[in-house]
Design a protein around this ligand. Sequence first.
Ligand code: AMP
Ligand code: MG
Length: 419
Amino acid sequence: MIHTQPSCTDIFESGLMPCEEALSRILNNLPAIEGYQRLPIEKARGRVLHETVVSASNVPPHTNSAVDGYALHSSDLPDQGIARLAVKGIALAGEPFRGSIEKGTCLRIMTGAAMPEALDTVIMQEHAEIKDGFITIDSRHKAGQNVRRAGEDIKQGETVLASGKLLTPPDIGLLASLGICEVNVKRKLTVAIASTGNEIVAPHQIPTEAGIFDSNRYSLFAALDRSDIEIIDLGIIEDDAEVLLQRFNEAGRHADVIISTGGVSVGEADFTKTALKNSGQVDFWKVAIKPGRPLAFGRIGNAAFFGLPGNPVAVLVTFYFFVLPALEKMLGIVDKPIAPTLTARTTENLRKKPGRTEIQRGIVSRDENGDWIVKTTGKQGSGILMSMSKANAFIILNHQDTSKSAGDWVTVMPFCGMF
Ligand code: AMP
Ligand code: MG
């Protein structure tokens, strides 16, 4: 009888941390960063608002017409039959009519033009007959129609954007509509990224005999390419415990977050683990997720540290499921973008072990009835980056799930909005 250790090929693995627990441990340990900067609104898209924006004025500022037509007193609307009213002037957007409009008369008015105070109703020009300076209208109209009231969009003193809002194009337009040209936004989060491994060479280098090109750092560059993040490139770090420690410690003085890939498993050459095992501030977890089982999380100096697995698909899966929510929390984002899921029928059998979450890569589409269906992108090894490149969605097989048969319903998380 030999004594073996648990591995990811066992039917049931013991000692694995459920995904939800890993994520909540990570999030509980990360306060939001402090510090902010002032930016012109044109530069603020994708940044995190660091103030509460209150409207100093009404939007729209004046009661105005919603259509091109004729403004009048609602008391002149006929209950039945028709009414005939003289047109006494014209109001254009930006050129209000200054005179007064007596009862029994009306004003030619264009969309956005200010309504004279005494008038309360606008007739669409298509609903009026105009002849010899008079309009004729029928009884279909209602008092108050086609008028946009001052402050109907936003009232003076109303909170329009909360601190922590991730600023979107409509938010930027909204700020401009209030006459606001600059806003305070959170400073950028600095994220240092490193690849580890003696076999890893940069794509512009000539590979050594047993070398492979570094893809992880480039996947991370791309995934972190957003306006609220500043990337520090730590390059490729060799499998040497002392060098790794020194580079991580150095990065821990400047960065808010360090993300490294590789070296966190249980192999002889898993130097990230060796280097940090005794630091006391980094824990090594076996998370119940495939791909992405080995995961390190902790603190190095001032920085949060994520040691992601080395396999390229595992890097992206752990990034999107664990690291990105952490970065959003550190950025103080209160309205996190939601990653919607669909329920789709799998068109093929999916093998799955209970007791861990499995993230397969799939192509989701609609069948001839318009129902969602999904198929995998073929071989699902955690090193096969093509399996993710070809995909448009993750297929999420939940912790308790067992294998699925063709025709079963599965949860699918489309990539849209994620990349
Ligand atoms: P490790 O966890 O360091 O043993 O890495 C696991 C697997 O991922 C090995 O096959 C590595 O060669 C591969 N790998 C590690 N880092 C990278 C990288 N930066 N780019 C591509 N493959 C990598
Ligand atoms: Mg390695």
